[in-house]
Ligand binder design. Structure first.
Ligand SMILES: Cc1cc2nc3c(=O)[nH]c(=O)nc-3n(C[C@H](O)[C@H](O)[C@H](O)COP(=O)(O)OP(=O)(O)OC[C@H]3O[C@@H](n4cnc5c(N)ncnc54)[C@H](O)[C@@H]3O)c2cc1C
Length: 415
């Protein structure tokens, strides 16, 4: 195996949004960084590609809002460094049955987390946005000003470009096969399938849906991260109503709690279309995907009914007009994994994965946290206890929650 000869302060494995953000933060602080990906940069085979991701600070868990708020500042900072926008602000609407435990927790967390919000009933919601949104009388809505859309492929490209400007080295088509202790120089040796080997003082592994496979191969340690194949679907807005659903007119990003959990973004990337998918998927092998672009009728029919119920005849609910396959990386409790890998590699390898279908918005804060862990061994201003690997020791479900799962996780997604 050929050693590239170059030694890095940090090697980041995985150039999705988390790895790219980490490379950006480390390089900005003067660290010599190598960012590797197994496929072409900006590929569509992982989780960070496409046209829109929701940003919201409304969470049933109390510990994400601070990371979202930090990320808003960091998104804006990175945008001003690159000179173009990747984050487009608009309000966030969360709504659903008023007795739902997840939505109740969302509302309860707003005050303590200083998330500005207003609670609306069905009548007030009708008049809130240019597009009239219907909800049953038994539902409740919460509108927050911290919301919006992040453009994923463009954002990953932004972090990579800024990292290069800061001196980072980026190499794609480099599948990492081994990460081992460097007994000579200290730190780690990272080897790729095509026979190259790099040395780094530290390593960050942000391998998305491949995390479990890679870490198990390298160390034998099993991280409970399950890849889930999902798809986003776009629906046609009826002629004459397009402006009502446009982000420019203030249409919100939204999450509808209950069965099924449905989310969506305003019309932005494709004029005349609105993105409305179901928050769920079916377990998959990331290397042998089915490339599902629409769920089966047990998921699709309730979604169509939901669209008719909320938007009447202003959005065509007969069939989605466009769809794209994507993967979530699920942990059993839907909380992230951000920790030192431990074992033989101790604190020299940091793992960041299991973003469970809701990580994109927080990529700037996650990158900052990972850079802190690499540089000083601890992350400033954030308590990482909910993200530690040891929460699964003797407790496969992980963090205890008093509300239900957010993501529908089942083979039935296809039926
Ligand atoms: C349809 C969909 C909708 C979503 N909506 C939202 C949303 O609205 N809001 C939100 O905040 N989040 C959302 N998410 C979640 C968010 O997109 C993910 O949490 C985030 O993109 C995860 O990024 P990542 O860098 O961890 O993984 P990835 O983007 O998958 O990156 C991992 C990278 O590691 C590389 N890799 C893996 N193994 C190796 C190896 N051995 N060697 C080298 N490279 C390797 C892969 O090729 C890949 O490029 C959504 C996700 C999906 C799929």
């Amino acid at each position: 195996m050929e050693n590239s000869g170059e030694a890095f302060d940090a090697i980041v494995v995985g150039a999705g949004v988390m790895g790219s953000s980490t490379a950006y933060h480390l390089s900005k602080r003067g660290y010599k960084v190598l960012l590797l990906d197994q496929f072409d940069f900006l590929h569509h085979r992982g989780s960070s590609h496409g046209e829109s991701r929701t940003l919201r600070a409304t969470y049933p868990e109390p510990y994400y809002a601070a990371m979202v708020k930090e990320s808003v500042i960091l998104w804006e900072q990175a945008q001003s460094e690159i000179g173009y926008k990747v984050y487009f602000s608009t309000p966030q609407l969360d709504f659903g049955p008023s007795d739902g435990t997840s939505l109740r927790s969302v509302i309860d967390n707003c005050g303590p987390n200083s998330v500005p919000h207003r609670i609306l009933d069905a009548h007030q919601l009708l008049d809130e946005f240019p597009a009239r949104i219907n909800m049953p009388e038994s539902w409740v809505a919460v509108v927050s000003e911290i919301g919006g859309v992040v453009k994923p492929t463009k954002a990953v490209s932004m972090f990579q470009t800024l990292a290069v400007k800061n001196g980072a080295v980026l190499r794609d088509n480099m599948e990492v096969r081994e990460i081992e202790r460097d007994d000579v120089r200290g730190g780690v040796l990272v080897s790729t399938a095509n026979g190259e080997r790099f040395s780094g003082k530290k390593c960050v592994v942000a391998a998305g849906a491949w995390m479990k496979k890679l870490v198990e191969r390298v160390t034998g340690i099993e991280i409970p991260i399950t890849p889930l194949e999902t798809c986003v679907m776009y629906w046609r807005i009826k002629e004459g109503h397009e402006a009502e659903f446009d982000i420019g007119g203030g249409f919100p990003t939204f999450a509808s709690y209950g069965e099924p959990y449905i989310y969506g973004t305003p019309s932005l990337e494709f004029p005349g279309l609105i993105k409305i998918p179901v928050h769920g998927g079916h377990p998959c092998d990331p290397d042998k995907r089915k490339w599902v672009t629409r769920p089966g009728p047990t998921v699709l029919e309730p979604l169509k009914e939901w669209i008719r119920g909320r938007f009447g005849d202003r959005v065509g609910a007969s069939d989605p007009v466009m769809a794209e396959s994507c993967m979530y990386s699920m942990t059993p409790d839907e909380d992230f994994v951000i920790d030192f890998l431990g074992g033989d590699l101790g604190k020299d390898v940091v793992v960041a994965g299991g973003f469970s279908g809701h990580g994109f918005k927080m990529a700037p804060a996650v990158g900052r946290i990972l850079a802190d862990l690499v540089i000083s061994g601890e992350a400033k201003g954030v308590d990482l206890k909910h993200f530690e690997l040891r929460r699964f020791e003797g407790n496969p479900k992980g963090n205890v929650k008093h509300f239900g799962d957010q993501v529908a996780f089942s083979a039935a997604f296809l039926n």
